[in-house]
Design a protein around this ligand. Structure first.
Ligand code: FE2
Ligand code: FE2
Length: 192
């Protein structure tokens, strides 16, 4: 597999200073999150984060994730499916995202130099619950796109709905467990 230092060298030569700084911040946050959530293959997370914007040009906003995936395959000979999937879907998200690709999406939208107010909150929640951080990240992006009168990605909405449903189900289950516990405590005479 390609070395991290080769990728960094390529990025330094080919990206603008601002894009390079963003990329390094995304990779640092992604690695921190991956370690925190005990993911294996931290090196793969770092490679995906470093390459996520490797083809971004100022006149291209949406297509760059697909172009970056292509460059990762052709120039850096990356074959790893998780790395390629995370790069491809870091802009719009995708309904089948796993923790690996969620971390790349979250690190991209919330690295410390992001200026919008939700970035800090997304980062904070991401160290507790990746899905909830994704819900906030997706809703922030969708709201921004709507405000700009730009087309909304269907995949972003499908993923948002899926994660929201999952978190509401989890909340309902925990509320049900708590109420069961209260009933048991009352019947055992612990709560008066
Ligand atoms: Fe990007
Ligand atoms: Fe980015």
């Amino acid at each position: 597999m390609v070395s991290i230092s080769d990728i960094r060298l390529f990025l330094k030569k080919n990206l603008t200073k601002q894009r390079y700084t963003h990329t390094i911040k995304v990779s640092k946050l992604a690695v921190k999150l991956a370690k925190h959530h005990k993911l294996k293959n931290i090196i793969k997370i770092e490679i995906a984060a470093l390459l996520h914007d490797c083809q971004k040009r100022s006149n291209d906003k949406n297509n760059h994730s697909f172009l970056a995936e292509k460059l990762a395959r052709t120039k850096f000979k990356i074959k790893d499916k998780k790395i390629l999937y995370a790069i491809r879907h870091h802009t719009f998200g995708h309904r089948h995202m796993d923790n690996f690709s969620k971390i790349i999406y979250i690190a991209d939208i919330s690295e410390p130099s992001r200026k919008f107010p939700e970035a800090r909150e997304i980062r904070r929640i991401a160290f507790k619950e990746l899905d909830m951080a994704m819900v906030l990240a997706l809703s922030t992006k969708i709201k921004y796109v709507l405000n700009e009168r730009k087309p909304v990605s269907a995949e972003s909405i499908i993923l948002y709905n899926k994660l929201l449903k999952k978190s509401l189900t989890a909340e309902a289950q925990s509320a049900r467990r708590k109420s069961k516990h209260v009933v048991l405590c009352v019947s055992a005479g612990k709560i008066k």
